[in-house]
Design a protein around this ligand. Sequence first.
Ligand code: NAP
Ligand code: MG
Length: 504
Amino acid sequence: MSGSHPHSSTVVERHLSKQQEAMADTEFGAWIDGELRTGGPKRGVQDPVIGCSIVDVPQSDSASVDAAVDAAWEAFEREWEATDARDRSARLFEWAEVLKDHTEELTLLECLDCGKPISQARGEVEGAIDTLEFYASVCRAQRGSEIPGGKNLHLYTTQEPYGVVGGIVPWNYPLWAAAWKLGPALAAGNVVVLKPASDTPLSTVRAAQLSEGVLPDGVLNVLPGSGSSVGQAIAEHDDVRKVSFTGSTDVGSGVMRAAAGRVAPVTLELGGKSPFIVFPDADVQKVVDAVADGIFYSTGEICDAFSRAIVHESIADEFTERFVEKAESYVLGDPLDEETTMGPLTSQSQFETVTEYIETGKQEAELLCGGGTPDDPELADGWYVEPTVFGSVTNQMTVGSEEIFGPVQTIQTFADYEEAIELANDTRYGLAAGIGTERTSLVHQTADDLHAGLVYVNEYGPILPDAPYGGFKQSGFGKDLGIEALEHYQRTKSVYVNLDDPEL
Ligand code: NAP
Ligand code: MG
């Protein structure tokens, strides 16, 4: 990033005008108890394409967390606790309808805020809405159970919400990540206090405002603010009964420690360094596309990125040649263009982190393509890096073992099945893993042997709300999505009703 701002290029002009359009009808701040709170110091939210602030957002603090938690409990006790699944389902469907009417507005906010290509931003907004609709549907199909405990005993279980739950989400898929927490938590009967990432609060604050008149005041509270004040306050709050966190492993383990003090359960979705094993019989082009999609989607700022290609030595040359060709085919450009397939990184600090990893990679491995910033003058003000590929990588190298969270691929080779599995599992993470092969039996055996919570075969994604999503090892525990997530936001109660022998 250069310090100066030309204010002259087409891209800059276009962004300034789109920013105005996006801000026209909306004021940003905290959404607490059904109203916008705009007090507190402000923080500029950056447009990573042109490196200037879109809007200054008032920052919440720990006192705001206290206010939101109080309002949330009040809403829970006043009315939300008494709702049944049918009521909550209707409200969630209604909110989803309102969000659908605002899809383009939310897409524009997400695109400007994250620098995500607009087609991807739109897909994620639609994914967020689909997630809410999934939970609006499945909460009505939940069953309790009756347990045959004895003749004079009526023994059954029920599910209850926790009350106030806290959510803390990252900046790489802001609204979608928020919906992963809100959908199951609200459908299960909880009320929520959610903190978006400081870098990307806009879409989530706007979506909360769009719940006005649909969700009762206090049921959904969104507090933009820093991790160290708002995030920490949510994690530590005595009256927050469960915390669901998505972000880095270090911060996640801190959240777990904070919640441990009051024995509150946590769900943690953390980092990854996900391998993709390419077997000798793989359809090479299909797998090249899958792995590229897996590392270059969202500029590599994805937790389940396939950042390690582990390729059988017999096809390594062909795979590498085609992969480099594919990497070079990405269209770096203005995320507002439908044709753009790669935008900038989301923040300056992420740009610095990724650039540093690339420089380290140049020292320890073989740079096969990329490694710098694009020379298009229109992109000079943005936090862009080229799709980068390193060869001759080992698991001992920094770029082979640490999560980079950028468009940086490493390629290494293996000789036999055991070595492939050993290399793939040799990481502290276990979020996702990929398999490239045309043999069904190999798919099942490999899926069984991989230590990861998600396995993709011959593709990257999709991510459907229908299936549980989450990692093994230091990638976290508990699941987002699926029926499992709904259950994680509930507590099970066993009720023993001892019956007398009927007297006639
Ligand atoms: P991060 O620093 O852990 O931040 C995540 C969230 O936690 C943000 O809202 C952040 O607030 C907040 N936070 C920071 N410090 C906190 C504290 N002491 N107490 C409570 N909350 C705190 O992660 P990141 O660097 O923004 O995001 C990238 C990481 O997230 C990567 O490791 C990635 O793999 C992981 N991730 C995982 C998944 C998944 O589903 N498994 C999905 C996406 C991302 P601020 O914004 O103010 O810093
Ligand atoms: Mg951070």
